[in-house]
Design a binder for this molecule. Structure first.
Ligand SMILES: Nc1nc2c(c(=O)[nH]1)N[C@H]1C(S)=C(S)[C@@H](COP(=O)(O)O)O[C@H]1N2
Ligand SMILES: [Mo]
Length: 213
């Protein structure tokens, strides 16, 4: 095969894989900045115009639906769980990315291990205090880098950014990370959330530029 043919084959393979259009599909070789994003140093606030006030003494987290052991945790029980710190980048569908967010909280995998999803559980439906919902495949929600975070860069998470506790799912667009989380519902059936029913992508992988559709 001539060099030119090899180059053509290679380009064709890239085109099929969506490379150069949708970013690097191989997770091991990803660019840090997903396609179409620009880096910011500030931290924009995005919500539905309501920022619920949830004091820690009134805070509860429910994990229910398709689980063997439905749970309700209060603040003390949540803070008594193993705590981890994880640094990750935030990618918002409105095209800003914020690097090096140091989150502290509890891994979603720890909460799932306590609630024990039933075999039919495939989706996590996340419910927040402002009425916001979003849906995430259970395998994405259970990933090791997903947290329920109560602190950011060493300080308690502010109310505007979802305190006392928000979800953080670094590998999906940030609309998949609810602020003011109150309930994790596991389900056999997918239930598109607030933005998903308004045209956002059901999965939302930034490196595949799954913004809409
Ligand atoms: N409860 C709740 N969570 C939410 C939202 C919301 O409106 N309500 N907006 C989502 C969207 S679209 C984005 S981009 C991020 C914004 O988080 P931030 O305000 O901390 O930057 O929160 C996500 N989580
Ligand atoms: Mo967003």
């Amino acid at each position: 095969m001539s060099l030119r043919d090899k180059l053509l084959d290679c380009k064709q393979a890239w085109a099929r894989a969506g490379r150069l259009l949708t970013g690097e599909p191989d997770p091991g070789r990803r660019e840090r900045l997903p396609p179409g994003q620009r880096r910011v140093d500030s931290w924009p606030v995005l919500d539905l115009g309501v920022q619920p006030h949830v004091p820690t003494h009134a805070w509860r987290l429910a994990i229910d639906g398709a689980v063997a052991m439905p749970l309700e945790l209060d603040w003390a029980a949540f803070m008594a769980l193993p705590q981890v710190e994880h640094v990750s980048d935030v990618h918002c569908v409105t095209q800003w990315s914020r690097y090096n967010n140091r989150w502290q909280g509890v891994r979603t995998s720890v909460l799932l291990a306590m609630a024990r999803p039933l075999p039919e559980a495939r989706h996590a439906i996340l419910h927040a205090h402002d009425g916001y919902t979003t849906n995430v495949a259970l395998e994405h929600f259970a990933a090791d880098d997903c947290l329920l975070a109560h602190s950011h860069d060493g300080a308690p998470l502010s109310r505007e950014h979802g305190g006392p506790v928000r979800v953080v799912i670094p590998r999906l667009y940030f609309w998949k990370s609810p602020k003011w989380i109150k309930r994790i519902e596991l389900s056999a059936v997918d239930q598109p959330g607030f933005w998903e029913v308004r045209g956002y992508h059901n999965v939302g992988d930034p490196w595949l530029e799954q913004r809409y559709g």
